[in-house]
Design a protein around this ligand. Sequence first.
Ligand code: SF4
Length: 365
Amino acid sequence: MTFSAELLDWYEHNRRILPWREDPSPYHVWLSEIMLQQTRVEAVREYYLRFIEKLPDIRSLAEAPEDTYLKLWEGLGYYSRVRNLHKAAYVIMEKYGGAMPSSSKELIELPGIGPYTASAIASIAFGEAAPAVDGNLLRVFARLSRYGENIRTPAALRAAVSFYKERMPDRVPAEQGGTENDPGSLYRPGNPFGNFNQALMDIGAMVCLPNSGPFCERCPLASRCRIHNELPGEELSLPAAKERAEKKTELLTVFVIRTGGRTAIRKRPARGLLAGLYEFPNAAGFLDTDEALIWLREHSVEPLRIMRTEDSEHVFTHKIWKMRGYEVDADPFTEEKIPFIMASDEEILGKYSIPSAFGAYLKRI
Ligand code: SF4
């Protein structure tokens, strides 16, 4: 049997029963695929059923008020998904007369639809021979082919798409002109391309799991799987661990400027890292004492005393702050000119949120 024949036979007997599979209309497939992004199947079921009950088709979604579709999404998170659904429904009504476009090329032009979702809809709802490769299919691909590189790269995605494409059913479904009576037409009933993708999705969800198993003894692809056959027991070693992206290091000089019982703080910008929180005034780079004095005077601070305090470091997801600290006693007669919030210790501890990145300097309050 071929790869696809084994897969499709397995799917026929082992597929997951999911509400959107019962009636795989383009709208149902689209909605379920968007809901399933970053959300588990079990969590999606209820939401899906509630959504299609209230907004049963593309027109009703396009015409729904914002409050309605946001409420139906409440708890699913990533609200841009439902906003894009609504926008795309509107485009489908305006541009396609309410009929969802059928090719992955057109689908990918709609708001919120990326290459994976376009291929999933095109194959499941319209029978296009387009592999729908997401993280699960990348993992299965890495094990089947012993792909040892990082799978989170465009090159890996291209390799996976062509790997699956070469193994898709070589028979034309009826919708695309295949006929049962013509053996030359390579007819296969149903939707072989959509089922091929869904079978792989199910293998990824039930058999070839990321961190446990995998259950190779129940896998229909075991005889063709390189990692399983060449390194039995080592299946979990693929895909290769993500290479850690080098974190960017930023140098900062942090000033704890005090006048009497008050300390200078300022609000961070409304966007970006630690948005809207408060911080001790700071300058980019490591400043020596002379440079620090210049910076202070540029900010209308007249220091009576300046002292180096400890260095500190804070590691964020994508960057590291290395900080050099100065404690500054400023002339209280010039406090009014200081362009920062001069906060009491109680206010700093009880009112203003200063992130833990500044913890080493907060201790000095
Ligand atoms: S044989 Fe094992 S490792 Fe290979 S695809 Fe199947 S479950 Fe995954």
